[in-house]
Design a protein. Structure first.
Lengths: 64, 550
């Protein structure tokens, strides 16, 4: 059984990954997220996904 | 920018997850300690992030961006002067007594150190304060929904209250803490891209410095007099009022934040909770204050963004951050940004409700209404209190909607409650001669002194209901002075009454007073497990930030 630490890491990681991927794909598909030379959805979605996936991996490899 | 399906999808996923967290942790809610104290078993990084997130409610996120636009980088004093030193003091000096005494709440420490009447006075004022604060969060959230999304006010209140009740009823404090951690990541990751975009447009920090008056881009240089800076305070008010009384009063005695350290799994983690929290805390101004400075720069330079105005034409600083999100974010990140704001409102409300729960159940119900009952009964009371707390928050939200100065009133109440309380704790923890009667009458006198000072001084048309002995340049300087007076009177009266009343015997004060408590042997194996080392690093880094933005 996972401990509280792993539970939380996984749940938050999953949430951030899901919304990160949605935002990233929205930017990639619609291609209209350029603001001041920055692809906001790609940057924001990428950051969210990266942090989310890191948390999921950490929860997977952390001993209960 | 209008919200689209993808934005609503992000918001809906957030609602599903917060309720899901409630269902996940529900299976662990077997005792009142599980529900009200998370079983004192949470790991350090969770309590650390929850510690700062408990203070990262909507008033903080939206209010700090608003202050950034109104006062400039001087707002960072609320972090680098008004938070970090107090957090270090709490971790190194005060947590050993809170945690070591096994008190379940801040008021319960008072009954262990002093007596029942002192505990009850603090419990009642704190409970009232949390309900007001929770109601204001709810009111502000509904107002945001109404303004930005066009949702009906009543529906917004019921929806937000229903979701918060759902996850706090199911998972108690654990659920609230988990959602606070989630909210922390949402706020940082949801607002950071806005800072990148904004800085790119204004030409970085140098562009801000070039466009704004010098007092708005420095922290200390223009604190020589009240008239020299937009905040209207001088260095003495800032250092003594914010840096000492209000800051230490809030961070060291407010149960809402201290509770997050008290639920750590051991003494070492409890001590390190505020110290670990201090690291992200010192960097938060770059996420929550900088957008306000960017907005003001764009406004002054005639850029693509203008600060929002009220119907009477005055600038509505509180809408700075939401309007920046609406202006700059494309659909997708707009949903994330708004979800971050919603999360901060709901988590602010949940934090207050769970703190109210613990204080009501332990310090009022168990102490005065039903002393000896099975634990299952107190678990049931805790759950019912959640429902009642939410209902009362809805009532105070409607009350808040009737007053246009409820936020000012709330800030004032914090000064009335927390400032004198810090004097009580300082003397209680570090002076064994402080007596129960001294503490009680000191607290009552300090609170009364705050009211009298407010009545005799005035700022921005507020206060002065007794006389108008002095007019302050700003409401903030006024609030700082009131807090100083409340602390000072409490401090002096506590000492004076203690000198003429009987102290408790030394034998009863072990573990509660510094001079009568054996120093625990440090079991830290590496430097980052030592609270003193962490504290020194935190203070050095904060000093450096003050120097950089001097």
């Amino acid at each position: 059984m996972m401990n509280k630490l792993n539970d939380l890491l996984f749940v938050i990681g999953l949430f951030l990954t899901i919304i990160g991927v949605i935002v990233f794909l929205t930017g990639a598909i619609t291609n209209n997220d350029l603001v001041q030379g920055i692809r906001v959805n790609l940057v924001g979605g990428g950051m969210l996904s990266l942090v989310g996936i890191s948390m999921i991996l950490k929860s997977h490899f952390t001993k209960a | 920018m209008q919200l689209s399906t993808v934005d609503y999808l992000v918001i809906a996923i957030y609602f599903v997850f917060v309720l899901g967290i409630g269902f996940v942790v529900k299976r662990n809610m077997k005792s009142s300690s599980d529900f009200l104290q998370s079983g004192r078993s949470l790991p350090l990084w969770i309590t650390g992030l929850a510690f700062i997130s408990a203070n990262l409610g909507a008033q903080e996120v939206i209010g700090m961006a608003a202050s950034g636009a109104k006062y400039g980088i001087m707002t960072s004093h609320f972090y680098w002067l008004g938070a970090i030193p107090a957090m270090v003091f709490l971790g190194i000096f005060m947590m050993p007594f809170y945690y070591g005494s096994r008190a379940r709440s801040v008021p319960e420490y008072l009954v262990l150190r002093f007596d029942e009447k002192t505990r009850t006075f603090n419990a009642v004022t704190f409970a009232a304060m949390t309900l007001f604060s929770s109601g204001v969060s709810l009111y502000a959230l509904a107002l945001l929904f109404q303004t930005l999304l066009g949702w009906p006010f009543n529906i917004s209140i019921l929806l937000a209250a229903g979701i918060v009740m759902g996850y706090t009823f199911l998972g108690g404090l654990t659920s609230a803490v988990y959602n606070e951690v989630l909210q922390f990541f949402l706020i940082v990751l949801g607002i950071a891209p806005l800072v990148f975009v904004g800085l790119a447009q204004v030409g970085g920090w140098q562009g801000i410095v070039a466009a704004l008056p010098a007092d708005m881009t420095t922290t200390w240089q223009y604190l020589g007099s009240e008239d020299a800076n937009a905040m209207g305070v001088n260095w003495w008010q800032m250092a003594m009022g914010l840096g000492f009384v209000l800051s230490f009063g809030y961070w060291c005695t407010d149960f809402l934040v201290v509770q997050r350290a008290m639920i750590a799994r051991n003494m070492s983690a409890a001590q390190r909770t505020p110290l670990i929290a201090a690291f992200p805390k010192m960097l938060l101004p770059f996420v929550v204050i900088l957008p306000g400075l960017i907005a003001l720069t764009l406004h002054k330079t005639g850029g693509s963004f203008q600060l929002p105005t009220k119907p009477d034409g005055r600038i509505d600083y509180d809408l700075t951050l939401p309007m920046m999100l609406m202006n700059y974010y494309p659909n997708g990140m707009l949903g994330v940004g708004l979800t971050a704001l919603i999360a901060s409102f709901m988590s602010g409300m949940a934090g207050n409700v769970t703190a109210f729960n613990a204080v009501w159940t332990y310090d009022i119900y168990q102490a005065h209404i039903k002393k000896e009952a099975p634990d299952a009964h107190y678990l049931w009371v805790g759950k019912i209190t959640t429902v009642v707390g939410i209902a009362l928050s809805i009532a105070t939200a409607y009350l808040a909607s009737q007053f246009n100065n409820i936020m000012d009133f709330l800030q004032l109440v914090f000064g009335f409650v927390n400032a004198p309380l810090f004097a009580t704790f300082m003397l209680g923890m570090f002076w064994k001669r402080a007596t129960p009667n001294g503490a009680f009458w000191g607290l009552v006198s300090g609170t009364a002194a705050a009211a009298v000072t407010h009545g005799m001084t005035v700022a921005e048309g507020k206060g002065g209901w007794i006389s108008q002995s002095h007019t302050f340049a700003s409401g903030m300087g006024h609030a700082f002075f009131i807090a100083i007076m409340a602390w000072l009177v409490c401090f002096i009266v506590t000492i004076a009454v203690s000198m003429i009343t009987k102290p408790r015997p030394d034998a009863e004060l072990g573990g509660l007073v510094y001079s009568l408590t054996a120093r625990p042997k440090s079991e830290a194996k590496v430097w980052y497990e030592k609270p003193v080392v962490l504290g020194v690093i935190v203070l050095a880094a904060t000093f450096l930030l003050n120097l950089i933005y001097w």
